[in-house]
Write a new protein. Sequence first.
Length: 120
Amino acid sequence: MPVPGPHDDEFTVELDEDTWVSYRKAISHAAAWKAIADALREKLEASLGEATAGILDGKKVLYYRPAEKWAEARIIKDYPELAQHFIRVKEQHVFDIEAFRLAHPGIADKYQVRSFRSAE
């Protein structure tokens, strides 16, 4: 006999089958379109080269300007010996949600995030 899972007794509701099937198709199509968009973006980026804008018929339609951001995780991964000299301790103020939940469960419950994902 299998051990009961932590969510075996959760509250459930019967869904409209057409809505569920349409949702799954939409997710599938979205993923396919994202892959196409990503490939097209790579092609456009390659076309731009060092340029910071792209034009069609003399009109700017695309910007690819440097931002004041860097791929820090990639630098650390690609140059760990060099990066280690630039690691520093940073003190941060963080919100202790566990303590807040214990002190104010009624308020915290209103802000609990729910996960929406397929069980398949």
